[in-house]
Design a protein around this ligand. Sequence first.
Ligand code: IMP
Ligand code: MG
Length: 169
Amino acid sequence: MPDVLIDRARILARIAELSTEIRRDVPGDVHFVAVLKGAFVFLADLMRAIEGPVSCDFMVVTSYGAVQQSSGDIVIRKDLEESLQDREVVIVEDIVDSGRTLARLQQILRSRQPRSLRTVCLLDKRSRREVAVAIDYVGFVIPDRFVVGYGLDLDGRYRNLPDISILDE
Ligand code: IMP
Ligand code: MG
């Protein structure tokens, strides 16, 4: 079994803080855009933690490159169902590594003219950043280890683990 890095209780405590911060910045309708599949567990807890009006939509993007490394060229496999025009949008990401996927996604979504565009990311592997990308809310900065659980996978496995764990190959 993988070693636990951040257990579920700590994740939920941090999500409570993140939701308070987001609500302070956006008092009205918050429109979450979650990036599938990894972010679906995080979104489910974040949406139940935040008070007031929220909505959500989903996107599936894949990046070209090796399994554990992305090139930043992303393909939209499933697009959003709703317009972002004039909405207060918060991108919900599981993990930012090189930053390439998120940087490109922000560029694409900004072109759809939301009133505001923010990003919440549960995990930040900051030491691996290759492109500068703005993240408004970060759950945890983590070391350069491959993590799974709480929605994060390796080849589709381990998403169901309740904690975030380090996978040592
Ligand atoms: P980036 O474009 O390099 O920032 O890659 C971000 C994407 O890589 C994430 O959305 C994940 O799909 C994947 N990824 C990066 N590190 C990990 C990890 O430790 N565990 C699981 N997926 C990861
Ligand atoms: Mg992924």
